[in-house]
Design a protein around this ligand. Structure first.
Ligand code: MG
Length: 301
């Protein structure tokens, strides 16, 4: 039997949050449904942030009302920046939420005007409440290899944030290579430190494809035991720190790599291409994932 890999599809949240064009709620729901049809089982649907902060996701409540939370085959999650966002997510029906921090002080200061420690202790109430409510909490750590303001980040700094998030009770930590500059050798150095203290199953890889290194970084992570990865259909979501650069690793590229390396993703690549094509039309912006383009041609789409 093939070994299963968890793919967290972050297109509807991380992807659309970083696209300049806002998408209508019904188009988001159609996109999510197409992702579900393609076989994706973990879908990050939205974020409960202040509407004026991220207008692209201002419809979180409206969207959540139409999500099929009864479907046991799918786990929807939502990003929750604070207790208020968490309460809204809980009320909407989410059974999983995500909190976030960064390994870079400069990045944290610039984004939320707090220190790393202040930002993490700010989640304590939320995670305590989630424990009582039986809600799963996932942790994101940004800038695990490099920061747009601070440059290279040491693995020890990442480990310190991992330990703090672990204290908060997250079940998995997604390691965000926010600007997409890392090469496999750097991923190896980072994981070598983190895996001294935790099992590979505690981590997920979240790579960006700015320099086309994301697939190589996934390969290295697989070699080191990781079996959980984030990706965004079609690679949706630009990178706010590198103009014109591509954003998240495209789910198509990830699925192609994994399925042809003997793993089971549960995803039908051709149906996934159709989901991305729907967003390509909706956003009126070309999708550049290599696998997407190749399959589209083969399928005659
Ligand atoms: Mg991302």
């Amino acid at each position: 039997m093939k070994e299963k890999i968890k793919i967290a599809e972050v297109g509807p949240r991380d992807g659309l949050q970083n696209e300049s064009k806002a998408v209508a709620t019904e188009d988001k729901l159609k996109f999510i449904d197409l992702l579900r049809q393609a076989g994706l089982k973990n879908i990050e649907a939205t974020s409960f942030v202040k509407a004026d902060k991220i207008p692209q996701l201002a419809d979180a409540i409206e969207l959540s009302k139409k999500l099929d939370f009864q479907n046991r085959n799918i786990e929807y999650s939502a990003l929750t920046p604070n207790l208020k966002g968490y309460e809204a997510a809980l009320h909407a029906g989410f059974k999983e939420v995500a909190i976030f921090g960064a390994a870079s002080e400069a990045f944290t200061k610039k984004n939320i005007n707090r220190t790393i420690e202040e930002s993490l202790s700010g989640f304590k109430e939320l995670t305590d409440k989630a424990k009582v409510d039986g809600i799963k909490v996932r942790g994101y750590i940004s800038t695990v290899i490099a920061c747009p303001y601070e440059g290279k980040i040491s693995p020890e700094k990442v480990q310190a944030v991992v330990s703090r998030m672990q204290d908060l009770g997250v079940y998995e930590i997604s390691l965000g290579e926010t600007i997409g500059v890392a090469v496999p050798l750097e991923v190896e150095s980072l994981l070598a430190v983190l895996l001294k203290n935790n099992k590979p199953s505690f981590f997920a890889g979240h790579f960006h494809d700015t320099y086309g290194m994301a697939v190589g970084n996934v390969s290295k992570s697989l070699e080191m035991g990781l079996r959980s990865f984030d990706a965004s259909a079609g690679g949706l979501g630009g990178c706010p720190y590198a103009k014109g650069a591509s954003g998240n690793l495209a789910t198509e590229d990830l699925v192609y790599l994994l399925e042809n390396s003997g793993f089971d993703t549960g995803v039908n690549l051709d149906l996934l291409v159709k989901a991305s094509q729907f967003m390509e039309t909706t956003l009126d912006k070309p999708i550049l994932s290599k696998t997407y383009l190749a399959r589209k041609k083969i399928l005659g789409l």
